[in-house]
Design a binder for this molecule. Sequence first.
Ligand code: CYT
Length: 304
Amino acid sequence: MKTNILSTVEYIRSQLPPELQQPRVGIVCGSGLSGLAGIIQNIHTIPYANIPGFGTSTVPGHRSELAFGLLGKNGVPVVAMLGRFHFYEGHPLSTVVYPIRVMARLGITEILITNAAGSLNPDIPTGTIVVVHDHIAFPGMAGTNPLMGPQTSPEHPRFLALSDAYSPSLRRLLFLAAHQLSLSKSALAEGTYAWVSGPNYETPAEGILLRSIGVDVVGMSTVPEVLVAREEGLKVMVLSLVTNLVVIPPSYKSIREEVEAELAGQSFVTPEEQVVSHDEVLAVGKEKAEVIKSLVQRVVELLS
Ligand code: CYT
């Protein structure tokens, strides 16, 4: 494992000019958020397909490249994942988190992670950017955890503490950045992210469950990356863009009563069903991508 990471790091460095070989900040671009590449200066990209140990991401709307370059007015060296690996694509969790371990070995000290998520909180509408302050890892609690297995480094704690997984200092910088960019108060919220494996969206009953235990947003990524980033000693910040609302019925209406009433008098109609679509998720991503880009850039500037 360790030698693999080192050989991956060696390959990556061989593809880069010296000034980009030691990035300071890592960035993970979620669904529709890879436009960040457009503001990286001196950009050098390496397709995942060429990088030893990397998988290939297969989700429409996600790119599959690692981008190196300088970000912000101080030209901070960064590495950005344009597209990530999801557990639901069939990759083992070790593949999902491999780029995080590689970026840590390349020398990053902070990682800024973005994703698209569904909201369960009526106060967090579509289009809101949620600054994640905690998580619930459903697969992780149930034995699907990227930290399981032998320790791969003596520096890794066996029993990782997660009380401060989402760096308070980075979250402070994020809200300072939002202030400097004059974002409206409602553009941002703070909340708890639940990781589910996907690839299906949640049923209404699952939505009720998640909401009742205090979840604000739900998604199919990020948490494995956070766990490994923390194990590697990185400071972590996560931004979730709410691209859809998880359908939570106030109460289940009886279809039987409805049909019986219709049959007793009026005409019978089959109503349209309310479903989440991946296209909807991508469309909202496009609209808010600019804001996330500016926030990420400003946080990187504030870090330097
Ligand atoms: N939406 C999303 N669940 C959702 O409803 N983007 C991920 C998971």
